[in-house]
Design a protein around this ligand. Structure first.
Ligand code: PGA
Length: 222
């Protein structure tokens, strides 16, 4: 079964959550990444939950992998492009190790910037991200291919482009690969024709109940 991961970032201020919890048509393959302070609401409703990040050191304001695991959360998103300006591959590698050691399922984001794409560096960049972030790790992770230029822009690569990169990734690391970057209710049917994908990582559209439910219906063919 494909995975649908909803990255809620900081979209909800608080009051919208009750409606969201009551209306989203989740199942075991839908994983929600809420703001950490909202996680207990989602757990109590029976959602499969992940965190958007973990902290490595015992410093103020961070959340550890062990705390996350002990709360009943099973997934962690690492290497998201919105964090990569403060976290290099080596740092992400430490977080992947720490997460796996604490029994969390890792969703590791990789993807090229527009500049890198324009300079034909996409595969070099992705290989380096994977090799460095997964250095010394034998356990499998879930990889999310998210071209940085597709995140929040409404622009999505063609299915051929996605297939090319996803196959490239799977040849290097035989793991499940999700696509992320401007997935929405209007393009999900087309993306579903891409038969190498194991699911989706969805930002903005996962915060809009009708869009997210439409995506869930489309992927699970209800
Ligand atoms: P988007 O975000 O779906 O809003 O493009 C994806 C992400 O940042 O993971």
């Amino acid at each position: 079964m494909k995975l649908i991961v909803g990255n809620l970032k900081m979209y909800f201020d608080g009051s919208e959550i009750v409606n969201y919890l009551n209306c989203v048509k989740f199942n075991d393959n839908v994983i929600i990444l809420p703001s950490s302070i909202h996680i207990p609401y989602f757990l109590n409703k029976g959602f499969n939950v992940g965190v958007q990040n973990i902290g490595l050191f015992n410093v103020t304001g961070e959340i550890s992998a062990l705390q996350v695991k002990n709360l009943g959360v099973s997934y962690v998103l690492l290497g998201h492009s919105e964090r990569r300006n403060i976290e290099n591959n080596g740092y992400v590698n430490l977080k992947v190790k720490e997460s796996l050691e604490n029994g969390l399922n890792v969703i590791l984001c990789v993807g090229e910037s527009l500049d890198e794409r324009n300079n034909n560096l996409t595969k070099d960049v992705i290989k380096r991200q994977l090799d460095e972030c997964l250095n010394g790790i034998d356990e499998s992770v879930i990889i999310a291919y998210e071209p940085v230029w597709a995140i929040g822009t409404g622009i999505v690569p063609s299915n051929d482009e996605i297939s090319d990169i996803v196959c490239f990734i799977k040849n290097l690391y035989p793991y499940r690969v999700l696509y992320g970057g401007s997935v929405n209710y209007n393009n999900i049917a087309e993306l579903e024709k891409c038969n190498v994908l194991d699911g989706y990582l969805i930002g903005k559209s996962s915060s809009i109940i009708s869009d997210f439910n439409g995506i869930i219906d489309c992927v699970y063919k209800k």
